[in-house]
Design a protein around this ligand. Structure first.
Ligand code: IPM
Ligand code: MG
Length: 366
């Protein structure tokens, strides 16, 4: 079986963490029946430097033809001066939009070994397992009109449009309800129906969809600000949280810190086309630590594992990788972001090596 993957390391720590994914892919290619056909290309600032745009058409075509795309991270101060439409982030948004990857799955899972790495009390987060389902191709990120206009009197006006249609809300709602059925069977829908029409519509459509097709799932609604507060107060009340693009961006960063580090969280962006997906860590390009071997590669490795599960139909391999991550953590091996007293601090590269070693021990070599 050969899986066609496109790897987009991107900027900052992206290339470093992707190198560790590459090690795992190479090991799997050499030692199991599963083969990978790998193409690497640039995205974000790296693509801007090479092609003059943050996502080249050729790259996009390769991504369209792939079974899965794994991305590192985009952005950095080097491109702060670049026109808005050509910024590194614009490349990622274009990729999500062009592939119609509307459903962003962001799991926040607390590993027992990392319970003390969280800033929250162990009792609050032990056993935490939340899935944030973020709408990814609509809302204020893409709404028109948008822009900055000159009002002529020395004043300017910046504006964006928050917009959702019935269809967009229903399709992301379905993803959330379906996922909930395979987990804790609870969905909490978060919006600001109290102040925004788009939020009111969101609540109405989710309620309707629930009544029509998902009455077996427990549905609650929360204003997004309350949801942010409840995530800190009592995070284990949540199973699946479904929310829009902007609130999902914010709530997923918050949820990630419950687990101890942004460096641990993977994500999957799935679309209408069955199997196609973009997998990326929730963390950013962290330019402040780039090139120093300090980055935690586990979020990107776990993103690859999500690709095995959701796009490549290789759940057994995904289980092995997730198990290897657990083992490495249980043995006290840590990168700087999750370092604790009594543990051993590893560089990005050494963490990748440790993981490959565990994987090799777990998978019987064919
Ligand atoms: C994320 C990031 C992106 C977003 C940026 C880099 C465009 O913060 O994936 O959460 O806002 O969606
Ligand atoms: Mg974000």
């Amino acid at each position: 079986m050969t899986h066609k993957l496109v790897l987009l390391p991107g900027d900052g720590i992206g290339p470093e963490v992707m190198a560790e994914v590459r090690k795992i892919i190479d090991w799997l290619s050499q030692n199991t029946q599963t083969d990978f056909d790998i193409t690497e290309d640039d995205i974000g600032g790296a693509a801007y430097d090479r092609y003059g745009v943050p996502l080249d058409e050729g790259t996009l075509e390769k991504c369209r033809a792939a079974d899965a795309v794994i991305m590192g991270a985009v952005g950095g101060p080097k491109w702060d001066h670049v026109d808005y439409t050509l910024r590194p982030e614009a490349g990622l948004l274009k990729l999500r939009k062009e592939l119609d990857l509307f459903a962003n799955l962001r799991p926040a899972l607390v590993f027992d070994a990392l319970i003390d790495a969280s800033t929250l009390k162990p009792d609050i987060i032990r056993g935490l397992d939340i899935m944030i389902v973020r709408e990814l191709t609509g809302g204020v990120y893409f709404g028109e009109p948008r822009g900055i206009e000159d009002l002529g009197n020395g004043e300017r006006r910046g504006f964006n449009t928050q917009v959702y249609t019935t269809k967009e809300i229903r399709r992301i709602g379905r993803v959330a309800f379906e996922l909930a059925r395979k987990r804790g069977n609870k969905v909490c829908s978060a919006e600001k129906a109290n102040v925004m029409e788009s939020g009111k519509l969101w609540r109405e459509e989710i309620t309707k969809l629930h009544e029509e097709d998902y009455q077996d799932v427990m549905l609650t609604h929360m204003y997004a600000d309350n949801c942010a507060m409840q995530l800190l107060r009592n995070p284990r009340q949540f199973d699946v949280i479904v929310t829009d693009n902007l609130f999902g961006d914010i709530l997923s960063d918050e949820a990630s810190m419950l687990t101890g580090s942004l460096g641990m969280l993977p994500s999957a962006a799935l679309g209408a086309k069955k199997g196609q997906g973009l997998y990326e860590p929730v963390h950013g390009s962290a330019p402040d630590i780039a090139g120093q071997g300090k980055a935690n590669p586990l979020a990107t490795i776990l993103s690859f594992s999500m690709a095995l599960r959701y796009s490549l139909d290789e759940a057994a391999l995904a289980d092995h990788i997730e198990q290897a991550v657990q083992t490495v953590l249980n043995q006290g091996l840590r990168t700087a972001d999750i370092m604790e007293q009594g543990c051993i601090e590893l560089s990005t590269d050494a963490m990748g090596n440790a993981l490959v070693k565990k994987l090799a021990e777990a998978i019987s070599v064919v």
